[in-house]
Design a protein around this ligand. Structure first.
Ligand code: EPZ
Length: 417
């Protein structure tokens, strides 16, 4: 088992370079199956979620070549066979293969996807899309068999702006006959990146990034090259680290606009930020003021930064309120923060964080990816030594997190026990 040991209190200074976005890369890789030629994707982050997707690609018979952050995928002779549960349950994004294979072959057999245990995470909106486009979905326990004589474009209204259902609709509708209009679509930058990638292959998608996306089905998708956008959640996590204990900490290779909800909240708290074209410099400020935060779909405050910013809220002078509207079980970091000395109360989907509280190092567990990030941030500011166990959850979503933090002065080590 892997764990991280951190000696708290070291000021973080210097540059952190942001990697390609996990939540874009994990959609682009399955989307590449839709091409009948070779596609090239650069700036792929080196994280375990990508390895799991590669396993599926190779299981299906695609050729995958990697050269650093460049991935070259050729799916022209893949076999459309059932993807075993052991692979599909490794991550949430495995179900993007469900829609890519349905779009390409009009048939797919797959299991319910995995992902962080932060809620029930149903896929009903995706299945609703498949059915609307003409597919038959047979559910047998965790297994789905989805077939269609033909896929015909139509108008679909999502019940909520689901990121996954929006991506899945793109992956099926690009090969359907006629036009699909998707209403109440999610607007995350990762969705724009998938639409751009598909359009480079020859798809006809307009409106990605807005709540209404129009997709004109095409018969053929060819080769293309794309570069994964910077990871806005990784950037936000390190920006929060800078607010906690930075001195001229610069987060580079990022798109500040993608986390404007975070930067405006940090400014509201009293943080001083220098925002450039593709970087942000931040230093720890004293006397931060409490705020109210409500997680929403993009461009609202991202649920994936809810747990990381909770650590910062334990250090401000007063009581902050944070409401998590997306997931029903995304406060598993709170008991561990309280064990380290914070004063946080949970009431249904809202937490009340009383600050400032002194955090003292302890042995805590990463229950999920962003809870783990929250606890690493806590360890950076806590007095003494913090051990974060089950760190595999964090390594899934943060490329080279140990080295990136060591390079700016953190006393942090990865341990294998
Ligand atoms: C994506 O998950 C991200 N994962 C999540 O990031 C992120 O938290 C989430 O979008 C919201 O931004 C990837 O991109 C791989 P959803 P996804 O479909 O697609 C309800 C991380 O930390 N819902 O928008 O699963 C349900 O309550 C991960 O990087 C339905 O009811 O998000 C769900 O919890 C965690 N039915 C909520 O919407 C559906 O069919 C959000 O789901 C779909 C969703």
């Amino acid at each position: 088992m892997k764990q991280i040991k951190i000696k708290g209190g070291n000021i973080l200074s210097g540059d952190i370079n942001i990697s390609g976005a996990k939540n874009s890369a994990v959609a682009l890789i399955p989307a590449s199956l839709l091409s009948d030629e070779e596609v090239r994707i650069d700036n792929i982050p080196n994280i375990s979620d990508i390895d799991a997707l590669n396993e599926i690609l190779e299981y299906l018979g695609a050729s995958v070549k990697r050269d650093g952050s460049l991935m070259i995928i050729d799916s022209h002779n893949i076999k459309n066979k059932k993807i075993p549960e052991s692979i599909s349950k490794k991550l949430r994004a495995s179900y993007y293969f469900m829609s890519a294979l349905l779009g390409k072959y009009k048939r797919v057999e797959m299991y319910f996807p995995g992902g962080c245990s932060i809620g029930t995470r149903p896929i009903d909106q995706t299945l609703k899309t498949f059915r609307a486009l003409g597919a038959t979905v047979i559910e047998d326990g965790n297994k789905y068999t989805i077939t269609a004589d033909k896929l015909v474009g139509t108008t679909i209204q999502l019940d909520m702006p689901s990121v996954g259902a929006t991506v899945n609709t793109l992956l099926v509708a690009v090969r359907a006959e006629g036009e699909t209009i998707l209403k109440n679509a999610a607007k995350e930058p990762e969705i724009v990146s998938v639409a751009t990638f598909l359009n480079q292959m020859g798809a006809k998608i307009v409106g990605a990034g807005t709540s209404e996306i129009r997709i004109e089905g095409v018969d053929y998708l060819g080769s293309c090259f794309t570069e994964v956008i910077p990871d806005r959640i990784e950037a936000g996590t390190y920006l929060i680290a800078g607010a906690l204990i930075g001195k001229d900490l610069t987060i580079r290779n990022m798109i500040p606009e993608h986390i404007s909800s975070l930067t405006s909240k940090l400014k509201e708290m009293g943080c001083k930020l220098k925002i450039g074209k593709d970087y942000i410099t931040i230093s720890k400020s004293d006397n931060l003021t409490p705020v109210k935060i409500k997680t929403l779909g993009y461009p609202g405050f991202p649920t994936d930064l809810q747990q990381p910013i909770t650590t910062l809220l334990t250090q401000v002078n007063g009581t902050s309120i944070l409401e998590e509207t997306i997931y029903e079980n995304r406060f598993q970091n709170v008991p561990y923060l309280n064990q380290m000395g914070s004063n946080i109360e949970i009431k249904e989907r809202t937490i009340k964080i009383k600050g400032p509280t002194k955090l003292v190092g302890a042995t805590v567990e990463a229950t999920d990816l962003r809870a783990g990030a929250c606890l690493v941030l806590a360890g950076l500011v806590a007095e003494g030594e913090t051990t974060v166990t089950e760190i595999k959850h964090v390594l899934r979503g943060y490329e080279n997190i140990i080295e990136k933090l060591q390079n700016v002065g953190a006393k942090i080590e990865l341990e294998e026990i």
